[in-house]
Design a protein around this ligand. Structure first.
Ligand code: GDP
Ligand code: MG
Length: 211
C-alpha cells in the first residue's frame, strides 16, 4: 500500500567525536563522497553533511555533524550535541592516547547532550587507520577495544580505514540502524501520509544492532 515516497521520512542526527587527527573528517568524506585526502586540514566551519540510505524498508536521511577542529579544546557548542540520535566515537588504533580519551568523549557527550536515557543512548565505536604500516604500528588491540565497548553497555565496534574505504560503509550502516531505533521523527512528509501505529511498532528492533 505505502510506497517509500509516501512514508514519513526520518532525519537522524549523528555526531562524530574523538581526538583531533584520528580521521573523523576522512571517515565522513569517505562515507559520503567516496573520497580520501592525505592532506591534513582542519575542517572548516562546523557543519553537517547529509546522506540518504535505506535501512530495512525505510528511507532515512543521516545528518552527520563534523567538528571544525574545536575538539582540540573540548569546546563544542550545545548546538552540536542537541538532538543527536547517535554518537560515533573515533580513535586511531595506532595511538594509545586517542583510545584513552574515549572515556572523556563518552562522558562529555552524555553530559552535554542531555539525553532522556543515557544508559540506552546509541554509540558506535570506530577504531580507524588499520591500514597504517600494514597493522604493525597498532597500539590498541581489538580485544581491548571490545572490552571497553562491553563495559560501556555493548557499544558496537568497527575497525576501519578511511584511506582504503575499508569497513566504512558497514560502520555507518550500523550507525543508521541504531540511530533509527532511537529516532526523533522529524516532521518531513512526502504526500502527508503518516505511518500507522502498528507499522511504526514493527520498526522497533529488539536488539541494539544486528549488523
Ligand atoms: P580529524 O581531525 O579526526 O577530522 O582527522 P582527519 O580526517 O583530518 O585525518 C587526519 C589525518 O589522518 C589526515 O592526514 C588523513 O589523511 C589521515 N587519515 C585519516 N584516516 C586515515 C586512515 O584510515 N588511514 C591513513 N593511513 N590515514 C588516515
Ligand atoms: Mg576534522
Amino acid at each position: 500500500m505505502h510506497n517509500i515516497s509516501q512514508r514519513k521520512r526520518t532525519l537522524l542526527k549523528v555526531i562524530v567525536l574523538g581526538d583531533s587527527g584520528v580521521g573523523k573528517t576522512s571517515l565522513i568524506n569517505q562515507y559520503v563522497d567516496k573520497k580520501f585526502s592525505q592532506q591534513y586540514k582542519a575542517t572548516i566551519g562546523a557543519d553537517f553533511v547529509t546522506k540518504e540510505i535505506q535501512v530495512d524498508d525505510k528511507l532515512v536521511t543521516l545528518q552527520i555533524w563534523d567538528t571544525a577542529g574545536q575538539e582540540r579544546f573540548h569546546s563544542l557548542g550545545a548546538a552540536f550535541y542537541r538532538g543527536a540520535d547517535c554518537c560515533v566515537l573515533v580513535y586511531d588504533i595506532n595511538i594509545q592516547k586517542t583510545f584513552d580519551t574515549l572515556n572523556n568523549w563518552h562522558d562529555e557527550f552524555l553530559k552535554q547532550a542531555d539525553t532522556n536515557d543515557p544508559e540506552a543512548f546509541p554509540f558506535v565505536l570506530i577504531g580507524n587507520k588499520v591500514d597504517v604500516d600494514g597493522g604493525n604500528s597498532r597500539r590498541v588491540t581489538e580485544k581491548k577495544a571490545r572490552n571497553w565497548c562491553a563495559s560501556r553497555g555493548n557499544i558496537p565496534y568497527y575497525e576501519t580505514s578511511a584511506k582504503e574505504g575499508y569497513n566504512v560503509e558497514e560502520a555507518f550502516f550500523c550507525v543508521a540502524k541504531i540511530a533509527q531505533e532511537n529516532e526523533h521523527v522529524q516532521d518531513i512528509f512526502f504526500g502527508g501520509i503518516s505511518e500507522s501505529v502498528s507499522e511504526a511498532e514493527q520498526q522497533q528492533q529488539p536488539s541494539r544492532c544486528a549488523c
